[in-house]
Write a protein that binds this ligand. Structure first.
Ligand SMILES: C[S@@+](CC[C@H](N)C(=O)[O-])C[C@H]1O[C@@H](n2cnc3c(N)ncnc32)[C@H](O)[C@@H]1O
Length: 183
C-alpha cells in the first residue's frame, strides 16, 4: 500500500482515509463532522457529499471534528475552522504536521490556539472501515480552534503527544521560502 503522507508529494490525494477510532474516542464526542464518510461515526451530525452536502458551504455548529480532504484543499477547511472559532465555535482538526508549508503557517500558526503533535504515526482506516496495514508515512498533528477544543487537546491523556499553546502574535510577512512551500 502506498504511504499517504510523504512530505515531498504535491499530488492531490483522492483516496479516502478515515480517522482511527481511538483518536475520536480520546477527543469526542463531537457535534459536527462537516466532511464525513458514510458509515464512519465521527459526530452527531455528519455532512456527506454522497447526500449532496457541501460541508464548506453548510452551517457549522458547536464542537466540530475535522479531518479534511488532503492536499492543498485542506487549507480552505482549516480557514473555515478558524472562522467558526471567531464566531464562538470550536474545532479540532487532524492534519499532517507539514509545519513549513504556506498553508500551515497561515491557517495553523497564524490562526489556531493550540496543537498536539502526535508521537509516532497513525494507522488510518480504509473506506471499508478496516485499519490500514501501513502507517501514514508522516507525522500527524491535532489542531485546536477555540477554548473548548483547547481543553480537549490538553487533556487527551490517551493520545501520546506534545501539547503546545500557540501565542497570539502577528505573523511576519511570508518570506520567499514560505511562499515556495505551497502545498
Ligand atoms: C480524510 S476523509 C475524512 C473522513 C471522516 N471525516 C473521518 O474523519 O474519518 C475526508 C472526507 O471529506 C469528504 N469531502 C470532500 N469534500 C467534501 C465537501 N465539499 N463536503 C463534505 N465532505 C467532503 C470526502 O468524501 C471524505 O470522506
Amino acid at each position: 500500500m502506498t504511504a499517504m503522507g510523504g512530505h515531498q508529494s504535491h499530488r492531490v490525494d483522492t483516496v479516502r482515509w478515515l480517522t482511527p477510532p481511538h483518536v475520536l474516542d480520546a477527543l469526542g464526542p463531537f457535534d459536527l463532522d462537516p466532511c464525513g464518510a458514510p458509515g464512519w461515526p465521527t459526530a452527531t451530525t455528519v455532512y456527506l457529499p454522497e447526500n449532496g452536502q457541501d460541508g464548506l458551504a453548510l452551517p457549522w455548529a458547536g464542537l466540530v471534528f475535522l479531518n479534511p480532504p488532503y492536499g492543498s484543499q485542506a487549507w480552505a477547511w482549516l480557514a473555515r475552522a478558524a472562522d467558526h472559532a471567531q464566531a464562538g465555535g470550536n474545532v479540532i482538526a487532524l492534519t499532517f504536521a507539514r509545519t513549513e508549508t504556506a498553508g500551515f503557517v497561515s491557517e495553523v500558526w497564524g490562526k489556531a490556539d493550540a496543537v498536539r503533535f502526535l508521537h509516532g504515526r497513525l494507522h488510518f482506516h480504509h473506506a471499508d472501515g478496516t485499519r490500514a496495514a501501513a502507517n501514514s508515512g508522516a507525522p500527524s498533528v491535532l489542531v485546536a480552534y477555540g477554548p473548548r477544543a483547547v481543553d480537549r487537546l490538553a487533556t487527551a491523556a490517551t493520545l501520546p503527544g506534545t501539547f503546545l499553546r500557540i501565542p497570539r502574535c502577528p505573523l511576519p510577512s511570508p518570506t520567499s521560502e514560505v511562499r515556495d512551500a505551497a502545498a
